[in-house]
Design a protein around this ligand. Structure first.
Ligand code: PEP
Ligand code: MG
Length: 588
C-alpha cells in the first residue's frame, strides 16, 4: 500500500518517546530468522473504556462539534485510504468502503449527537452507540449481519482514537521495526505493505499465524519480549536478531558494525544456497524427499517454483478471507484456486479447506467462545456451515481439471467429520455434473492429523482418506494443552516433545500400513534440528515455507538415512523435550 495509509486495527495507538539509555539487550523468542537494523516504531495500545463522567450543558455544543469533526476526519482518512488501496488490492479497498458506509450512516451519527445532548461526553457517546449496534448485530439471525459487527469495532476505535488525539502518521511504520503488544495476521498484511523491516512483540507464540507469515515473508521477528512497548522508545535504533531471539536497543557503534557484518554474511549464505535450486533433495545414501512449499497466495507460488519446490503441501486458503475481511464469492474462489493450480502445474497443490476459528479468521462464528481453540474451528465450523464448505469444495473441484489438485480437511478429530465432508464433496460433484462442469472426479481428499484424537486413530483415517498431512503446530498445541499463541506457556509448547514425536511416528506408520501418502506441513518440517528425525521416521514429503526450503534441502543432502534411523531410536527413548534436543544436537 502506498504512503499515507493508516494502520487499520491498532487504532488507539500512542507513539511513545523518551531519552535513550545506552545499549541494552532484551531476550525473547526467535520467531523468524534474519537480522534487521532500523528505527523502532512503537505501538502502545490503549483500549477504549466507557466513562461515566457527564458534561456541563454549556459544553454540549463544543462536544458536538468535536464529534462531527472527528467523523469528518475518519471519513477523510477512509476516502484517502480507498484511493490508495485501489492501486494495490481491490479486496482491501472493498473492506474500507464498508467502513465508510458506517461512518456516513445518518442514524448512527444522529443518535450519537442525541446522546451528547443529554450530557454524555463524545467518546462515551460513540462507544455506547457503537456497542448498541454491535450487540444487535451479534444477536442477528443472519450470519452476514453478525459478521458485520467487527466493522463497527474498527470504526468505533478509530473515532475514539481521533477524539483522544491518538492519531498516527500513516507512513510512520515504513522501513522501520514494528514494536507492538501483539500482531494479528490482518496487521501483518498492512505492515508488509509498508515494508516493515522487522517485528518485535510482547506476546504471541512462535506458531501464531502472524509469526508464520513473518517467516513466509522473510521478515526477522523476535516475540515474547515482555514490556517491549514500554522499554523501547519510538525512533531509537534497534537490532532484531531473529536467529538468537534477542533485540539490541540503542546499539553502540561497535555492535552496529558487528551486526551489519552478520547481516551481510547472512545475505551471502542465502546467495550460496541459490546454487541448490536445481539439485534434488536427496540424502547422501540416496533417500529422496519430496520438498514442497506452504503458500498463502498465488504470488507465493511463483516464488516457491523459483526456488525449486517439488509441489505445494499446504495452501492456507483462509488467508483469502483474512485479506478480504469476508467470505469470497464462489466465482472469486474459482479464480483464485485456478490461478494457483495453473501457476503450480504440473506440480501438485494441496488446498486446505478454510481453517476458520481459534486465532484465525472468526467471521461466521455464531457467538463469543471462551476457548476458541477448542471450539468451532476448522472442519467443525465447515460442517456447521455446509453452505460455505460446499461453495469452497465446488470451487476447488473446478480448479482441479488439470488433475494437480488435492483437498485437505483441518482440525479433524472423529471419522464422522471426514465422512460427512466426503458426502458434501460428492454432492458438489453431482451438482457440477448436472451443470456440465469439468473436474477431477478422483481428486484426492486428505485429513490433517493435528489433534491427538486423529493421531491416535491414524489407522482409521489412513484407511478412509486418500492422504494424511501432519500439522505439528496444532498437534503440539493440543497434545501439550498449550495455546500456541500464548507466550506464558511458550516454553512448554514444542513439537519436539516426546509425546508429539510418538504421535508423529504412529501417523507415519499407519499411513505406511495403508499405503497412503503422508506429509508433514507444520513448522517442525523446517526446524533446523529436526531434519534427521523426520527422515528417520520415514517421512518422504515435507512442506515448509519457501524462505527455509533451500536450507532444508541443504540439510537433507548432508545426512544419511541410516544415521537418521539411529537418531529416531534415541529420540523415542527420551522422556523430556530437552533430552530430545540433546540427542538432536549430538546426533547418534
Ligand atoms: C499445523 O497446525 O501444523 C498447520 C500446518 O496448520 P496451521 O498452522 O495453519 O494451523
Ligand atoms: Mg493447524
Amino acid at each position: 500500500m502506498a504512503d499515507g495509509v493508516f494502520l487499520w486495527r491498532p487504532v488507539n495507538l500512542m507513539l511513545r518517546s523518551a531519552a535513550p539509555q545506552g545499549e541494552r539487550t532484551l531476550k525473547g523468542i526467535p520467531a523468524s530468522a534474519g537480522i534487521a537494523i532500523g528505527r523502532a516504531f512503537v505501538l502502545s495500545i490503549d483500549s477504549p473504556s466507557v466513562s461515566h463522567e457527564r458534561i456541563e450543558p454549556a459544553s454540549i455544543p463544543h462536544e458536538v462539534t468535536r464529534f462531527k469533526s472527528a467523523l469528518e476526519s475518519v471519513a477523510g482518512e477512509l476516502v484517502h485510504a480507498i484511493d490508495l488501496a485501489r492501486q494495490e488490492s481491490t479486496n482491501v479497498s472493498t473492506i474500507i468502503e464498508s467502513f465508510l458506509l458506517i461512518v456516513g450512516d445518518p442514524v448512527i451519527s444522529g443518535n450519537i449527537v442525541g446522546r451528547i445532548e443529554t450530557g454524555t461526553p463524545a467518546e462515551t457517546a460513540v462507544m455506547q452507540e457503537f456497542d448498541h449496534h454491535q450487540n444487535m448485530l451479534y444477536n442477528a439471525r443472519d450470519s452476514f449481519l453478525r459478521d458485520r459487527a467487527q466493522d463497527f469495532d474498527h470504526v468505533k476505535e478509530r473515532l475514539v482514537a481521533i477524539l483522544r488525539n491518538q492519531t498516527l502518521s500513516h507512513a510512520a511504520a515504513r522501513n522501520s521495526i514494528v514494536v507492538s503488544g501483539s500482531i494479528t495476521p490482518q496487521d501483518m498484511l498492512f505492515f508488509k505493505q509498508t515494508r516493515a523491516l522487522g517485528f518485535i512483540t510482547e506476546i504471541g507464540g512462535i506458531n501464531s499465524h502472524a509469526c508464520i507469515m513473518a517467516r513466509d515473508m522473510g521478515i526477522p521477528a523476535v516475540i515474547g519480549i515482555r514490556n517491549a512497548t514500554s522499554d523501547i522508545v519510538n525512533n531509537i535504533t534497534i537490532i532484531v536478531d531473529g536467529y538468537a531471539g534477542v533485540v539490541i536497543v540503542d546499539p553502540s557503534d561497535a555492535t552496529l558494525r558487528e551486526y551489519t557484518a552478520k547481516q551481510e554474511q547472512a545475505e551471502d549464505y542465502r546467495r550460496r544456497l541459490g546454487k541448490l535450486i536445481q539439485e534434488p533433495a536427496v540424502t547422501i545414501d540416496g533417500a529422496t524427499v519430496c520438498l514442497m512449499a506452504n503458500v498463502d497466495t498465488p504470488k507465493q507460488v511463483d516464488a516457491a517454483v523459483m526456488v525449486g519446490a517439488d509441489g505445494f503441501g499446504l495452501v492456507r486458503t483462509e488467508y483469502m478471507l483474512v485479506e478480504r475481511g469476508r467470505y469470497p464469492s464462489h466465482e472469486e474462489q474459482v479464480e483464485w484456486y485456478t490461478d494457483i493450480a495453473d501457476r503450480a502445474f504440473p506440480k501438485t497443490v494441496t488446498f486446505r479447506a478454510f481453517d476458520v476459528g481459534s486465532d484465525k479468521f472468526r467471521e461466521g462464528i455464531p457467538h463469543h467462545e471462551d476457548n476458541p481453540a477448542l471450539g468451532l474451528r476448522g472442519i467443525r465450523f465447515l460442517l456447521y456451515r455446509p453452505d460455505i464448505f460446499e461453495q469452497q469444495a465446488c470451487a476447488v473441484l473446478k480448479a482441479s481439471v488439470h488433475r494437480n489438485v488435492r483437498f485437505m480437511l483441518p482440525m479433524v478429530c472423529v471419522i464422522e467429520e471426514f465422512e460427512q465432508a466426503k458426502h458434501l464433496i460428492q454432492h458438489c460433484m453431482q451438482k457440477l455434473d448436472a451443470d456440465g462442469f469439468e473436474y477431477d472426479a478422483s481428486m484426492p481428499v486428505g485429513v490433517m492429523i493435528e489433534t491427538p484424537a486423529a493421531a491416535l486413530l491414524a489407522d482409521v483415517f489412513a484407511k478412509a482418506a486418500d492422504f494424511l498431512s501432519i500439522g505439528t503446530n496444532d498437534l503440539a498445541q493440543y497434545t501439550l494443552a498449550t495455546d500456541r499463541t500464548n507466550e506464558l506457556v511458550a516454553d512448554i509448547f514444542d513439537a519436539l516433545h516426546p509425546s508429539v514425536l510418538k504421535l508423529i511416528r504412529m501417523t507415519v506408520d499407519a499411513a505406511r500400513t495403508y499405503e497412503k501418502p503422508v506429509s508433514l506441513c507444520g513448522e517442525l518440517a523446517g526446524h533446523a534440528a529436526a531434519t534427521e528425525l523426520l527422515i528417520g521416521f520415514g517421512l518422504t514429503e515435507l512442506s515448509v515455507s519457501t524462505s527455509v526450503l533451500l536450507e532444508l534441502k541443504q540439510r537433507i543432502r548432508s545426512v544419511s538415512k541410516e544415521d537418521c534411523l539411529e537418531v529416531v531410536r534415541k529420540a523415542l527413548a527420551c522422556t523430556t523435550t530437552s533430552e530430545v534436543y540433546a540427542v538432536l544436537a549430538h546426533g547418534r
